[in-house]
Design a protein around this ligand. Sequence first.
Ligand code: ZN
Length: 312
Amino acid sequence: MEILFLEPVFKTMVWGGDRLRTEYGYDIPNDFTGECWAISAHPNGDCTIKNGTYKGKTLSWLWENKRHLFGNRSEQTFPLLVKIIDAKQDLSIQVHPSDSYAYTHENGALGKTECWYILDCDVNAEIVIGHNAKDKEELEYMIENDKWDELIRLRNIRKGDFFQINPGTVHAIKEGTLLLETQQNSDITYRLYDYGRLVDGKPRQLHIKESIDVINCPHKDAIIDDKIIKRNNCEIRELIKNKHYTLKKISIYNDGEITLNQDKDFMNISVIEGNGEIDKAPITKGDHFILCTGYGKFKLKGNMELIVSYID
Ligand code: ZN
C-alpha cells in the first residue's frame, strides 16, 4: 500500500526565522518563514502529494474524492493540521474558541484544540500558558489597564517538553522556540495582546471582546498523562490522547527496528530527528507522510525520532 508523502506549504510571518531551511533543509521563501504546514488540507495551506498514484493532488482533493483512504470519515475537511513553527521572535498572545463558540460566532467553523512538542529552544526560552485572573471581572480589569506582566503566566521550556492547549487557554510561543504543533483543522485565533508591535506601521488587529468571551477563568493547566513503553532500542511515549487526537513520540536508536500496526482511519507521521526507513522506503528529518486506512503492519528502522498522530 502506498505511503502519501506530502509537500509542505510555508508561511511568512513577522516573527519567523530561517531555521526551517538551516535545520530542516526546506526550500523556504525568505528569512522570515514562521510556519511549515506539513500535513494540512486547510484552504490557507493545502499540501500536495509528492509521490505515487496521487502525485500532484492536494490533500483536500484526496479527502473530497478518495475518502475511503481515510476510513470514509464524516468530517467535512481533513480533521488535523500539523505544523512546524520557527519563532525567532514572540508570537502574539492569543486564545482559541471551543467548537461550540466557533459554531455560533464563526459561521459554523470548528474551534481549535492544539498541542506543542518542543523540537528545540534557547537555553532560557519560555512560553505563555495560562493567566492569573481569578474571574472574568478581574480578567477584564487587567486587560483594560494593561497589566500584562501580572496577567500572563510564563513557563520555562526545554527540548522534548509537551504542552496541551485547550480552547480558552491564553497562550503564546516566545522567541527562540522551534516546535511541532498538532491541531484541529481550524484557523480561528483571537489575538489578545501583541506587545504593542507595529507591522507595516500599524498594530495588528486585536480581538479583545471575543478573547474575554472564551478565556477560561480561572486558568487550569491541561492534565497530561505521559506514558512510556520501552523496547529493545526503541521507546514509545504517549504524549496525549483526547477526542481530537492521540499523539505518540517514537524514538529508535542504534539502528533499532520496531513493527507497529496502522489500524486507524489514517495515521500522520513526521520525522523530527535523524533518519531511517519505513518498510524499506528511506525517510529523514523533515519528512511528513500519511499511512491510509488498512495499511496494517509497518516496520520502522534506523536512528530517528518521529511524532505520530491519529484520531482514536
Ligand atoms: Zn494557538
